[in-house]
Design a protein around this ligand. Sequence first.
Ligand code: HEM
Length: 502
Amino acid sequence: MALYENPEFFLIIPLIVYLLYLLSRRGKISSEPTNWPLVGMMPAFVQNLHRGHDKVTEVLSECGGTYEVKGPWFCNMDMVFTSDPANIHHVFSKNFSNYPKGPELRKIFEILGDGIFVADFELWEIHRKTTLSQLTHAKFSSSLERTVWHKVETGLLPVLDYFCKQGTDFDLQDIFQRFTFDNICEFVLDYDPCSLSIELPYVPCEKAFSNVAEPLLQRYLIPETIWKLQKWLKIGNEKKLMEASEAFDEFIYPHIRLKNGEQENDFNILKAFEKVYKEKNIGPPDGLRDFLKDTSLSLMFAGRDTTSTCLTWLFWLIAVNPLAEIKIQEEIETQLQLKEDKKWRFFNVEESCKLIYLHGALCESLRLFPPLALQHKSPIRSDILPSGHYLPENSKLIISFYSVGRLESVWGKDCLEFKPERWITQSGGIKHEPSYKFPAFNAGPRTCLGKEMAFIQMKMVAASIIYHYNIQLVEGHPVIPRASIILQARHGLRVRLSKRNV
Ligand code: HEM
């Protein structure tokens, strides 16, 4: 009788698997995933998918900040995870030229085409220079102040007032996403879609941004052949990505109006890119519209999701730390002299810079919930990280920004506490932390170009809300991060408002 025909054979299989499990766990730290034959650490990935960022943090804090993850055999899914500041400094700054985004990332984020987030080398330099020229343009600061305040006055506060009067709860994250979407469209496309209005209209492109974050992360977690098959069959996450891509195209293309050398003012980001596309021969003439669409899409990603996510976590953090909320209220009242005002009162960029405690609170939100939670790098040449880990050429290095902010070794024993004070110097100024320790805005030559813009926007929005309303969380509503590239609150942030200062 053949072995497999014997029923006892099938009883032995679970026993062998269990013994292999015990063997594989010898001498391991408690949170370390088991490396199974054939499937590698895949089962641990799947089991912890819903709390991926926390699982990674547990493992990284127990093993000193860097960990080698083994994927299934023959699937090219092995990766090194790190949150060690020395490694971050090494990769993002000191050895920047050896760590481009790489072709693997371009494949995973193909939806972004030739936009700045996936560009490397010369194309990236062109993107960076052109975007920077607009963000430092003489007209930028006043235009930003005007558009942000206009949106606060005509969109944000009327909508919040409506919910406040109705006494109904609503999703504050959705409100922030609409706010930042309208704002960034105005900057990039010179068009305000007014997604933030009392009717809360459904704008497919606006929602598509939220719909792609999870499917993109999952492309990292399943073998390429499988997601490519899903794409071919137009099913599952890949279907979601295709639908989102269509929504982006339908929204953006009609707003790309080629200037063809028209003499207009030089403060127009797409016009600046049109000029540079032609001057630098980036592609064929009929590729210009696609290039401008890709450029717009990356900038819209940059502007919508990051800022709205930071604001969402800020409001959750101050709702669960009411003392901090009181301190922010006091600061607004003393620094902006708003006490006597009965109406919504404009305050400018200069005044918002006086809000030091609020700045610290925003930094805490970014430290504990960095909107871009992960980064992916791929060395061109093999390298040894300062932690001693070896990286073969073209291997995958995943940097967890989420974990850096939660490591005791980096931020001290109180690392999980919300303490805006840690960002304030003894003389009352804003404390600077090196980007390898606080990488929410990235580190090195690819540091975020919109950092100042984001702080201005976030302070104007947060101060306007905190000055006018008390915010209560809806009891029992779970507020947890999404397992995605962008660290949105998975079920939103449901709140109720009551009026202050009336
Ligand atoms: C709280 C808000 C923000 C955070 C936390 C943030 C964070 C980041 C991070 C982590 C990167 C690196 C991304 C990568 O290389 O994959 C980045 C890049 C970038 N960000 Fe921001 N960002 C914010 C707001 C903005 C805003 C409002 C803009 C305005 C358009 C902006 C524009 C950019 C651009 C253009 C890049 C690409 C830089 C490059 O690759 O050279 N960001 N940002």
